[in-house]
Design a binder for this molecule. Sequence first.
Ligand code: XMP
Length: 317
Amino acid sequence: DWTMSDFVEEAVAHIRTRVGNGVVIGAVSGGVDSTVAAVLLQRAIGSQFRAFLVDNGLLRKDEVAEVVARLHDKCGVSLTTIDGAETFLSRLEGVVEPERKRKIIGNTFIDLFDAEASKVDAAFLLQGTLYPDVIESVSHKGPSATIKTHHNVGGLPAHMKLQLIEPLRFLFKDEVRALGLVLGIEAASVGRHPFPGPGLAIRILGDVTPTRLAVLRDADAIYIEELRAAGLYDQIGQAFAVLLPVKAVGVMGDCRTYEEVIALRAVETSDFMTANWFDLPTPLLRRVSTRIVNEVRGVNRVTYDITSKPPGTIEWL
Ligand code: XMP
């Protein structure tokens, strides 16, 4: 009777044989797949595996520190953080069009990862490819791929002659989560909602500025905190806040305000190809709205997105 622990043993043995004395590099995003893949490699070959986290300045509140705590401090992964925030934000200045944002972020990611990773004499590159990714890239027919370019973390820089290591390529998402638990990764990390490679840049409609990033980070953190407190987080496929490209009029005390608008999104989905908007309880929506308007400077209005996919997509960009 085959178990996840058998999978770990077999994968570890296979990785050791394949890698020998070589070095493996890999980018980690904090997402479930790259986290599980990284911990598995650490388990197999220790410090022969070197992970890189590109801080693109577009991650959520406290996310960089959390990834470092989880992967390096707790799991012993050899991890280098590449501080790219200034480079990403300066290249994104004034860019509004979503596909341009994606392209700039994808290219900048490769530039920075490449510059740092090529200092290491590596023979292998780790990728957290899952079975559905394998199928999708064989068929070339992922509907979302034709609508939006999805730049996933870990793209192979053309000139790097590295062999791919893809230990998750026969697993589905739920199996990756089970594997993560067996590897000792905490349930809260293994159960995290997916987060897109271009990060908050595709959740900010309009200009991506440090001020607007701060607004979105704070609003999103309140929303997710309340979803967790209400015990709803695990029933939802993906939930996040979006910062809209309009300002609205409001009133605070005796004063008229003219400030930013936040949209909240939550969907239930089995495969992210289609999704239904999630029927959140009204008291929760009321609490989140009140907290965001009271606690986040620069926001005076909160809306809830009641669009399914199709016709909407999950992200707004
Ligand atoms: P959409 O918005 O197309 O999203 O319904 C489907 C799933 O894909 C994620 N997504 C991305 N992931 N890079 C990524 O790595 C991207 O550019 C990107 N765009 C969307 C989205 O968060 C959802 O899980």
